[in-house]
Ligand binder design. Sequence first.
Ligand SMILES: CSC[C@@H](O)[C@@H](O)C(=O)COP(=O)(O)O
Length: 347
Amino acid sequence: MRSVVWSNGCLTLLNQTVLPVKIEYLECYDWQRVAEAIRRLEVRGAPAIGAAAAFALVLGARKLAGLSITEFKYKLAETAEILRQTRPTAVNLFWAIDRMLSVISQLPENADTGAIIALLEQEAIAISDEDKAVNEKMASHGASLFTKPTSVLTHCNAGALATVAIGTALGVIRKAWAQGNIKGVIADETRPLLQGARLTAWELMQDGIPVTLITDNMAGWVMKNNMVQAVIVGADRIALNGDVANKIGTYSVAVLAKEHGIPFYVAAPISTFDFTINSGADIPIEERCATEVTSLGGNCIAPEGVQVFNPAFDVTPHTLISAIVTEYGILRAPYQEAIDQLYKIRK
Ligand SMILES: CSC[C@@H](O)[C@@H](O)C(=O)COP(=O)(O)O
């Protein structure tokens, strides 16, 4: 199961909007199709979006071969700008685009566009390949949090589908399961787009990891009945103080976990940290169209014309987070200090 695959100038995406009913691959030969796929959530999950955008820039660059270097840079920057506007919350998108553009920022005026395109392709492949290594490291660090068989709850999908490899939160779960320390996983369905029901449940079942699906409003009762001893989720953007933006509903799960004395863990790579913002208050929260809320499985479930609020993400304050698992190790409060250290390592 690979969500983002690059081969011979074609980006193949596993269409996540039709899973698990259909296994459908989208072959993208131009950057506009990739931008559309990001907007429509055909490719989704913070690291997967970053990798897809990096390859979109390669596809865009290939169409600019032969232009003068000034025109090439100008037009690629325009493409990058449109890609940035596809989704606002997951910072991995902006991180990957900035990393791609830094490849061309220092080139001399007489640089050959063919060589530049090769460099851009190399960089996109590096972004994608690094995600595999990063997932593995996070999984190893995170698995150390589980020292005895544990039932764990997760929200949304932070698995292979959301990354290029085994996933962030689900990577940790996979590793801990291999070590005999996962009894089973409770997957929140994750309304409105059902990433938990459609994607997480499917992914875990593929691996034979016991998974129980619940609707989002059952999490509190599940905790009250001692059916879960830990929560682990992914992230879309983490601020300097440790506040975490993730799929809408994550905040409620964190509050419930606190009330029930259950540890609440976040697993995210360094590319998900936004070192330019102090707190979660500065994270842009995507609002999506009303029909995602007023319909279910293509059927209308609400009165026509009803007013709808549909934020795709929420922010969990750092005070509710027991630990943040990264590829560099496990961060604990005070997060500001731990994240400052992480920033220094990255530089
Ligand atoms: C490793 S993925 C972490 C997050 O990106 C994930 O939990 C999430 O919120 C994804 O939201 P989505 O709207 O499906 O892209």
